[in-house]
Design a protein around this ligand. Structure first.
Ligand SMILES: [Zn+2]
Length: 156
């Protein structure tokens, strides 16, 4: 089992799942074992390398993001084949992405630049990266790790 240094468990599971686990009398920390350790290592490394705040789920702070990490049974978002359902995928929202990457008012362009940067550094820095979703018009990056397969870059 691996626990992230840079993210709390509330950022990686939905509010619903968090409450379900607590209702079972378990610590929410139990949820760490739902994830691929390699996928958790990947997002820790991404956070360290880019050295900027990265949001995944934000419900803990009354934000809208709730299914950007693990998607449990009954989750209304996405398909059953999604790697989010296997604890291998995360949707990353970088803080101030347009200013940080000098793409004024162009968040999608900034995210594309980050994707290219991730691919350039994959072998050296992000060996756990196994999937990266292309720009589908949404301001975030979908990353996958620990899926036990060769790297794929796919359309959204
Ligand atoms: Zn995703």
């Amino acid at each position: 089992m691996y626990k992230c240094a840079n993210f709390s468990i509330e950022e990686l599971i939905s509010k619903n799942l968090f409450n379900k686990i607590k209702a079972m009398g378990l610590s929410p920390e139990y949820a760490w074992r739902l994830f691929s350790p390699d996928a958790l290592k990947l997002i820790d490394k991404i956070r360290d390398y880019y050295d900027t705040k990265i949001f995944i789920n934000t419900w803990k702070w009354d934000g809208e993001l709730n299914y950007c990490g693990y998607r449990e049974d009954g989750c209304p978002i996405g398909t059953w084949t999604s790697m989010h359902r296997r604890g291998c995928a995360f949707d990353l929202h970088f803080d101030n992405v347009d200013t940080w990457y000098k793409f004024k008012d162009d968040k999608l362009g900034a995210y594309d630049a980050i994707r290219q940067d991730m691919l350039r550094h994959k072998d050296a820095l992000f060996p756990e990266l196994t999937g990266l979703e292309a720009n589908d018009g949404i301001a975030r990056i979908h990353v996958e790790g620990g899926t036990n397969r060769r790297m794929i870059l796919f359309e959204g």
